[in-house]
Design a protein around this ligand. Structure first.
Ligand code: MN
Length: 751
């Protein structure tokens, strides 16, 4: 849902200095720009339709303003503009974009839209309305909504494209939101929307969504990288020019119609590299890529790309394992290109991307451009295939909220590998797929009977991870049947669902025995095997279904001895007033924190400002002063995580409703355990100097210290008790200023 503010609630307009006349002019200016962008696509009557949509939307949103104070209509206009300029959508999509928030937030009904613009547009607007609730409500609701989006998406991909434009504009204007809201929206964006944009082939939008999310979730790292990129720009430009010069001459000599330029990589991708490889900014070599775009005819484009590849590798030596040929096998989001990494001047590796103009348009505008060319070439449609696979998974009755989202992400939003059947038929599977995934991809009957596989004629177990180019033969046995651990061996949603189906079937068979046992026990007590009695027992044993009850009786997890404490009234049983018996599912008790909690040093802003019991997350070990949020867990109360915690994105995106705003209060009595790792030049007095600063100067308690030295360098870890982030920062600063110390970093202690 978009942030709306009714003008009669708060004088938001006051923040906005423009007067109404000026605002009107502004709105008209946006509208004209939109028309201008659409001009080449306008057919007879389109202009009138657009005008109607614009007026309808402007009227409906008339009294509303965004958090920024702008008139609300600026938002649908901006979303429409993104659809036109950045995604390349046409008139009908533009109309939908203009109307996308009307049915949800204003008096306009779906019937009004249908009456004015017909069923096609009404359907898309309906899809957009349903989507807007997705991640805002509780999790099970969310799964249902997400499935709905996907169904609408596979009906008409324009829904998701417009939704992405909507999200992009909201991200671009996120600065006006409150911090909590920013974190939540940014998390959802990296979690769901950026991968979707990637899958739709919208690389630019995907990149911008990721960069914007990072700007709010990791503001310091973002600013740091942006600053360093700006500082090194001149040097980079000089290098790119040097690299490109000889290639340009060769290309001109061969009469190619081409463009060649260097393009910086996104802040988010640079940051990922820094994190993944644990290197400094200065050590990330691919801060940019060189792009060669050829204006070649469709018949000659592949050949030309290879010719250019050969010119590039004549000049610079390629790294053989870094050739990516997406000409022969395009990605399923439609991406086609040739990538190679070569050794450039000064011994630097440089990535070169070669593609035709047509391929470039698909790379930038994704799905929309793809459909445009599809009509011309009538090529096999990878999107249709993908949509087909999604529909198949949606058809399965199973899969609850988060699991479903997770499965969907790994099955449909991941990068892909290409593998072959023994007959040479190509199958596309998400990265990380195993022999078992492959077996299920061929047929579920083959999957459930799979006992192993041969990859390039070599025998491998069912959990063997496949790689692009593998040729796989599945070995089956009629005696085989799926087990619980198979679920950990597959990544595709199809395999997961089929395994779950088959496990459920198996469970049902076993449960039959339990049902029989229970029936006899109840009859022996003079009670009936009735719905009422079954429900009582399900409740008593804290289970969720009669199937579970029967299954547990059959497998002897429940021995029914508690039944003797039940009273029988008529044919009904009644739960005894004794303490409830726990099943094997005893929830483990919250381990006590090692420090005293009597004076809670945490203020929770929520329904009340009462001090609340909490626990510190084991995954990120927050200390006072860290940017944190509280997460209401089931059974363990409130858990405090750092916003930079590796689990934060997933928690904020999926369980937004369980996140509470938390803030540290000053407390000097209680100290928290945290750890530092130090790297420096080995020198006799080093330990002495370090301990002097810690316990001497700063009077901080040391919980542990270990130093390893090799080849003139030492690496040490120190565990200390600090009161808050400030104190920790002071310590880090003092240690860093010691001579011979190279790095001092905080790390997560394992208690
Ligand atoms: Mn919107």
């Amino acid at each position: 849902m978009d942030e709306v503010q009714s003008s009669n609630m708060e004088p938001a307009a006051a923040k906005y200095t423009l007067n109404e006349e000026q605002e009107k002019k502004d709105i008209i200016r946006h509208y004209r720009a939109l028309l201008k962008g659409l001009r080449p696509k306008l057919k007879k009557g389109d202009k009138e339709l657009l005008r109607t949509a614009f007026e309808m939307s402007a009227n409906a949103h008339k009294t509303m303003r965004r958090k920024s104070g702008e008139p609300y209509i600026i938002h649908p206009l901006a979303v429409a503009m993104i659809c036109v300029e950045e995604i390349g959508l046409g008139v009908r999509s533009t109309i939908c974009a203009l109307l996308h928030d009307t049915v949800e937030d204003t008096d306009i009904s779906l019937e009004d839209v249908e009456m004015e613009f017909g069923i096609e547009i009404a359907k898309i607007v309906d899809g957009l309305t349903k989507i807007s609730g997705v991640i805002d409500t509780n999790t099970s609701q969310q799964a249902e909504n997400f499935k709905k989006i996907l169904l609408t998406l596979t009906d008409d991909p324009r829904v998701i494209l417009i939704k992405l434009a909507d999200r992009l504009h909201n991200m671009r204007t996120l600065e006006h939101m409150k911090r909590e809201k920013q974190l939540k929206i940014a998390s959802e964006t990296v979690w769901v929307y950026a991968p979707l944009a990637h899958r739709m082939g919208l690389y630019n939008i995907k990149t911008e969504l990721e960069d914007l999310s990072m700007k709010y979730m990791e503001p310091e790292a973002y600013k740091d990288i942006a600053k360093k990129l700006a500082e090194t720009k001149r040097e980079r430009t000089r290098y790119i020019n040097e690299f490109v010069r000889p290639l340009k001459e060769k290309l001109q000599g061969s009469d190619f119609d081409f463009e060649i330029y260097g393009r910086p990589k996104s802040i988010h991708s640079i940051w990922n590299k820094i994190k993944k490889k644990a290197v400094a900014f200065e050590e990330v070599y691919d801060l940019f890529a060189i792009r060669v775009i050829l204006n070649s005819s469709p018949e000659k484009e592949k050949e030309d790309c290879w010719k250019v590849y050969s010119m590039v590798t004549d000049e610079y030596n390629p790294s053989p394992e870094r050739l990516r040929d997406w000409l022969s096998n395009p990605k399923s989001n439609g991406y086609e290109a040739l990538h190679t990494t070569v050794m450039g001047p000064q011994g630097k590796w440089v990535e070169v991307q070669i593609r035709s103009k047509r391929m470039n348009e698909i790379a930038e505008k994704g799905l929309a451009a793809h459909y445009k060319y599809k009509e011309e070439t009538n090529s096999e449609d990878r999107f249709d295939k993908w949509f087909g696979q999604i529909r198949e998974v949606l058809g399965s009755p199973d899969s609850d909220g988060i699991d479903f989202l997770q499965d969907f992400k790994t099955s449909f939003l991941a990068e892909e590998i290409y593998v072959y059947t023994p007959k040479g038929e190509v199958k596309m599977l998400p990265t990380g797929s195993t022999a078992l995934d492959f077996a299920f991809a061929i047929h579920s009957a083959i999957g459930t009977k799979c006992i192993g596989a041969k990859v390039h004629h070599k025998l491998v177990p069912i959990g063997h991870k496949l790689r692009s180019g593998d040729q796989i033969e599945i070995i089956t046995s009629n005696k085989q049947k799926p087990s619980e651990d198979w679920l950990n061996m597959v990544v595709t949603a199809k395999a997961k669902n089929k395994i779950k189906d088959s496990l459920r079937e198996e469970k049902r068979k076993i449960a039959e025995d339990g049902k029989y046992v229970l029936q006899r026990r109840l009859e022996g007590m003079g009670a009936a095997y009735s719905n009422h009695n079954i429900e009582e027992l399900v409740h008593f044993y804290k289970l969720t279904s009669s199937l579970d009850l029967h299954y547990r009786i059959a497998t002897k997890f429940i021995d029914l001895k508690e039944l003797k404490d039940f009273q029988v009234l008529g044919d009904k049983i009644e739960i005894p007033r004794l303490k409830p018996v726990l099943t094997e599912h005893t929830t483990d008790q919250t381990p006590q924190q090692k420090f005293d909690k009597k004076d809670s040093e945490l203020i929770i802003f929520g329904e009340s400002s009462d001090k609340i019991m909490y626990n510190l997350a084991k995954c990120c070990h927050p200390i006072p002063g860290d940017d944190v949020f509280g997460f209401v867990s089931t059974g363990k109360g409130l858990i405090i995580h750092r916003t930079s915690c590796p689990n934060a994105t997933q928690l904020l995106a999926n369980y937004g409703h369980r996140v509470v705003k938390t803030k540290w209060a000053k407390n000097k009595e209680i100290s928290f355990l945290t750890g530092l790792s130090i790297v420096g030049i080995d020198d006799v007095g080093v330990i002495n100097k370090i301990t002097n600063i810690i316990s001497g100067d700063l009077r901080i308690n040391i919980a542990g210290l270990s130093i390893d030295s090799k080849e003139g360098l030492f690496e040490g870890t120190i565990k200390v008790f600090v009161h808050d982030k400030e104190e920790l920062e002071e310590l880090v600063y003092r240690l860093k200023s010691l001579s011979g110390i190279q790095t001092v970093d905080r790390f997560e202690t394992e208690n």
